[in-house]
Design a protein around this ligand. Structure first.
Ligand SMILES: Cc1ncc(COP(=O)(O)O)c(C=O)c1O
Length: 375
């Protein structure tokens, strides 16, 4: 099957290491029948793991009613999901806002960039060194890694600053928006300091820019909260995707305050955004994650301390952790041989983003194996 993949699929990802067949809870089976503990969850997506009964039922029930309507019409799942997202932001101290539903993280950020352009026409869009916001041409323009951005150029006015507070002080009122990730996932799970977050909020207020929190990887319970940034500040615009759909393709923009009124008919659109099956699945995921936030905090704290006791430095929050190791790419391969799916973000960091339902009992063999293979 891998040989066929190589023949028929464009080589955007290199050669996949496994052909996956089915899953249950935190475990997934490949087409050779081998069982793996999934500590990556489709890169922080499969919040409920695999084959969650509530999510499956929501998808099946909605598919039996309506799979799609155009944006000339709306549906109850679309309205209910938007309502729920606004409520969750308010729960964590945010302002009332309005939602736009998209199909992916990059698209959510693309829409947030358009909000910035409407907020301050001609204004610059500032993002952070080490940040990742997606692969579409807009979101790629604010994705820092030169190797993936430079072949495609950059939207004029997009620029990067470092994650030092002093860098914010250089910004003036020609800036329309500042994009941040509360924890820089693709950089290797690197949290922004509370001081930087607070200074970013103050800077955005000083220069009249929108502060956009990209919570695509960190949001929806991944850190044991609905949003990672709300522990310290409130953003004007929040983007979500990944865990929001628990495996169904969805992105969301929550715009608060005056930003909520920037889109008018014609400003933006999406054929599939707000799809009722996807929205119904997201609502089911949110309903289950509501009961998992404490579990995520406790399991994340236990996992962090177990890894530290085993001698591995750990960064991150909840169940989004970066573990410092020697030769991460080698470990990824060796761990996979032993039935554990983990990911390397560079040579010295393993990224762990398991399903939020994972338990200590699931994780104990992982820690033992990592200790054995550390080299
Ligand atoms: C913080 C962040 N923003 C945006 C994206 C892009 O999301 P998508 O791959 O759904 O377009 C990602 C994906 O890894 C991400 O981690």
């Amino acid at each position: 099957m891998i040989e066929t993949y190589q023949q028929v699929y464009q080589n955007a990802f290199g050669t996949p290491s496994l052909v996956l067949d089915h899953g249950k809870g935190a475990y997934v089976w490949d087409t050779d029948g081998k069982k793996h503990l999934d500590l990556l969850a489709g890169i922080a997506v499969n919040a409920l793991g695999y084959a969650d009964p509530a999510m499956m039922k929501a998808i099946a029930d909605q598919a039996a009613k309506l799979a799609h309507v155009s944006n000339f019409f709306t549906t109850e799942p679309q309205i209910n999901l938007a309502t729920k997202l606004v409520e969750l932001l308010i729960t964590e101290g945010g302002r009332a806002g309005k939602v736009f539903l998209a199909n992916s993280g990059a698209e959510a950020n693309e829409g947030a960039m358009k909000l910035a352009m409407l907020h301050k026409p001609g204004g610059r869009i500032i993002a952070l060194e080490g940040g990742f916001h997606g692969r579409t041409l807009g979101s790629l323009s604010i994705t820092h890694k030169p190797a993936i951005r430079e072949p495609f150029g950059q939207i004029p006015g997009c620029a990067f600053i470092s994650t030092d507070v002093e860098a914010l002080e250089t910004l003036g009122d020609d800036v329309a928006a500042i994009f941040i990730e509360p924890i820089q996932g693709e950089r290797g799970v690197v949290p922004l300091s509370p001081e930087f977050l607070i200074a970013a909020r103050q800077t955005a207020d000083r220069i009249g820019a929108l502060l956009v929190a990209d919570e695509i990887q960190t949001g929806m319970g991944r850190t044991g909260r609905w949003f990672a940034h709300t522990e310290h500040i409130q953003a004007d615009v929040v983007t979500l995707a990944k865990g929001l759909g628990g495996g169904m393709p969805v992105g969301a923009i929550i715009a608060t305050g005056p930003a909520a009124g920037l889109f008018t008919p014609g400003s933006h659109g999406s054929t599939f955004g707000g799809n009722p099956i996807v929205a119904a699945a997201s609502l089911a995921v949110i309903g289950r994650v509501e009961g998992l936030l404490d579990h995520v905090q406790q399991t994340g704290a236990w996992l962090t301390s177990a890894l530290e006791v085993a001698g591995f430095p750990v960064r991150g929050a909840g169940l989004l952790l970066g573990v410092t190791v020697n030769d991460a790419p080698r470990l990824v391969g060796e761990m996979r041989e032993r039935g554990f799916i983990v990911n390397a973000t560079g040579d010295d960091t393993l990224r762990l983003a398991p399903p939020l339902i994972i338990t200590q009992a699931d994780l104990e063999p992982f820690i033992d194996t990592l200790r054995d293979l550390r080299g």
